[in-house]
Write a protein that binds this ligand. Structure first.
Ligand code: G
Ligand code: G
Ligand code: MN
Ligand code: NA
Length: 254
């Protein structure tokens, strides 16, 4: 309860910040985009991690007002990134199940994109498998509205939830993000390697992009390249960076 009160105050006082982790195409080495990752940076004396506070933000629905802040902050940072790096990359924002079910979600985003004069094709939302499994009608409506608008949709933590194949039949998405737990074990576990190459094949047949998360070693990168994974994200290339450092990221890995 005490944590909930601190979080409520943190949302009111905007004690959060966004970090940006770059993603690169495996084959060409070109910058694909950035994933925005939330941190609680001020007044967080106990140094509570997103893994702890995001579920609580969800439960208390504080994720709704904070989510609006994340959209606004992310899009104004996108303008700065674009001034520095040019266009032709995407910004990915994580949207939680509660936030995705908000009736105003798409209207708010449309308004923000319009006000800031940002092309919708530069924006991607990451949803989890549990988002796709919850309140199907709203989910379906929001997904098709977002795609109509031209915003990309990625499925986060792919393979760790339920009924992946069932919702892939039903929903149009643009990309699958392979959860980093699979990547972490791919070189030691034949089972995880088999799952990853199956996800890559599935993505290819469905004409989806596939992004490997949590890539930490050169051996993992080589394996993913050999298995025709399209995109890489992870500490091997860069951790989540403050905006000032994200502005310095190369358009092309050398
Ligand atoms: O950044 P990383 O360690 O710690 O993130 C932990 C978890 O928090 C991940 O599952 C990630 O998807 C989630 N997360 C990070 N940033 C956001 C955000 O802005 N919104 C939501 N809903 N989840 C986020
Ligand atoms: O669930 P989601 O994929 O949105 O969260 C991404 C999480 O993975 C964040 O917590 C981010 O900080 C973390 N992360 C990013 N790159 C790496 C990596 O190379 N290794 C590990 N262990 N974690 C990573
Ligand atoms: Mn994510
Ligand atoms: Na993930």
């Amino acid at each position: 309860l005490k944590l909930e009160q601190s979080l409520r105050q943190a949302v009111e006082q905007q004690q959060f910040s966004l970090l940006y982790q770059p993603q690169f195409y495996l084959q060409s080495g070109a910058l694909r985009g950035f994933e925005a990752l939330l941190r609680w940076t001020q007044g967080n004396t106990a140094n509570i991690s997103p893994l702890q506070f995001i579920p609580l933000l969800e439960e208390t629905h504080l994720i709704n007002p904070l989510g609006e802040w994340i959209f606004a902050e992310g899009l104004s940072h996108l303008k700065k990134l674009r001034e520095q790096l040019g266009s032709g990359f995407v910004l990915s924002l994580n949207v939680s199940p509660v936030q995705f079910a908000q009736p105003q979600l798409v209207e708010n985003l449309t308004q923000l994109l319009h006000d800031r004069n940002i092309a919708s094709s530069q924006l991607e939302v990451e949803v989890t498998e549990s988002t796709l499994m919850s309140d199907m009608q709203t989910t379906q409506k929001h997904l098709s509205q977002l795609r109509e608008l031209g915003v990309k949709v990625a499925v986060d933590d792919f393979g760790t939830g339920y009924s992946s194949l069932a919702y892939l039949r039903q929903f149009d998405v643009d990309s699958l993000k392979i959860d980093r737990l699979f990547i972490a074990n791919m070189l030691s576990s034949r089972r995880d390697a088999a799952i990853i190459s199956t996800i890559i094949d599935l993505a290819k047949h469905l004409e989806l992009e596939v992004i490997a998360e949590g890539v930490e070693t050169e051996e993992q990168r080589k394996w993913l390249l050999a298995h025709q994974c399209s995109t890489l994200q992870g500490w091997l290339v860069a951790p989540a960076l403050p905006l000032e450092q994200a502005l310095q990221v190369p358009r092309q890995l050398s």
